[in-house]
Ligand binder design. Structure first.
Ligand SMILES: [Zn+2]
Length: 407
């Protein structure tokens, strides 16, 4: 018994000693890193003989610190927004125009960068939603319901009308491609559409297009919008696909259309997307084909993208500026957005009388000052300027915290 106790005590002493040694070792390593770091920050000409000896003695630490510095500067460079000068831009747009004219099956991939001119914040830009959430800041924005298709949306629609673009695959949930007049069969909204709620109890899934953002009560993994299906009484849900969720809805996601388009594509034009998310959908990039059989990539984005090295051409400019030059090259007139012709009014299902107060979001009205037959925007607007909703990152930080805990 006494022996056992002695054994326990000596084990404990041993454990403590090991732990202490480990702490001291870590502290001494930290000290070395601090000293080496100080020396490395000096200009080489200012380093003393002692400094040089120190660097030689702790070569591993010096190399590790240099490696970390390189990683930091690469990361910083990737986040920087780069602009081509006017001459460069013109030359590149001419190249792009030639590629579009020669393409047999051009597919366009779009990201938040095409909607920034509509005052919708982008995702991974310096002030993007994702960047802000990563920094632990809250995201708010005003007047999102007043956003309307940008010049780029109208150009994409025009290129489709002229049969130069066969299909559009978008990461955006803002519904602006639909509102520009692009036919829905030519569109895949991979991450959903903030104006569409669906009843999955009905078969086939029943879709309800609304004239307001349906996601105000939804968030990460919570998709019920609070309204019910007028046919079966089932709960309606939004169509938004969040991080680590798998979207299976046929519409508006239209994965079938996106995959078929990618298979047939000989040219892919990426507009305003960091491609960090799209990159993960391997079926969009024909990576199963040998490199010379894959579609040619043309990328328009201010920041670095993971596909830059594979691109035929990378244009660093705002999408609206590129499109403006491109339309001139292609000799196309692009009509500006006309709300009276916005297809959303034709597609929308009016709310039941008892549902009119089921949301507080502003309603899109056909023309300013025109009668509104869905809800009174004055009454419906909460007056708050901070917009939060399922499509806008609500619940995202909660999801991240949860994930960290479970690690
Ligand atoms: Zn139903």
């Amino acid at each position: 018994m006494a022996e056992d106790e002695d054994g326990g005590v000596s084990l404990r002493v041993e454990r403590k000693a090991t732990e202490k040694a480990r702490i001291l070792q870590r502290e001494s390593e930290r000290n070395i890193f601090r000293l080496v770091g100080q020396i490395l920050r000096k200009a080489e000409s200012e380093r003393s003989e002692e400094d040089a000896a120190m660097l030689l003695l702790h070569r591993d630490a010096a190399e590790e610190l240099c490696r970390r510095q390189r990683c930091r500067s690469v990361l910083k460079r990737k986040q920087e927004e780069v602009f081509d000068n006017a001459e460069e831009l013109q030359t590149k747009v001419r190249q792009l125009a030639a590629a579009i004219k020669q393409a047999n099956h051009l597919v366009v991939y779009t990201g938040a960068g095409i909607s920034t001119a509509a005052s919708i914040p982008d995702y991974r830009g310096p002030n993007g939603v994702w960047t802000q959430l990563q920094k632990g800041r809250t995201v708010s924005s005003s007047d999102l319901s007043k956003a309307q298709p940008t010049f780029t949306h109208m150009c994409v629609r025009m290129l489709h009308k002229e049969m130069m673009v066969k299909h559009v695959v978008s990461q955006n949930c803002d519904g602006l491609h639909v509102r520009s007049g692009l036919p829905r069969q030519a569109l895949s909204e991979l991450h959903g559409n903030m104006f569409i709620e669906v009843c999955t109890s009905c078969s086939p899934v029943r879709e309800f297009v609304r004239l307001f953002d349906v996601t105000e009560r939804t968030s990460l993994h919570r998709h019920m919008t609070g309204r019910r299906c007028c046919h079966c009484g089932g709960e309606l849900r939004d169509t938004i696909v969040h991080f680590r969720e798998r979207g299976t809805l046929e519409q508006p996601l239209n994965w079938k259309g996106a995959v078929e388009a990618a298979e047939a594509a000989d040219v892919i034009l990426c507009l305003g997307s960091s491609l960090k998310v799209l990159k993960k959908y391997s079926c969009l990039w024909s990576m199963n084909r040998p490199a010379n059989k894959r579609p040619k990539l043309y990328i328009v984005n201010l920041q670095w993208t993971p596909k830059d090295d594979l691109a035929e051409l990378k244009i660093h400019s705002k999408c609206d500026d590129v499109m403006s030059l491109l339309m001139k090259e292609l000799n196309l007139q692009v009509p500006s957005y006309d709300r009276a012709e916005d297809p959303i009014f034709r597609l929308a299902t009016p709310l039941q009388p008892e549902e009119v107060k089921s949301h507080t979001r502003e309603v899109i009205v056909p023309l300013d000052g025109a009668d509104d037959n869905a809800a009174d925007p004055e009454e419906a607007t909460d007056g708050g300027s901070s917009v939060q909703g399922g499509w806008f990152g609500r619940g995202y930080s909660k999801g991240r915290r949860k994930k960290k805990k479970s690690l």
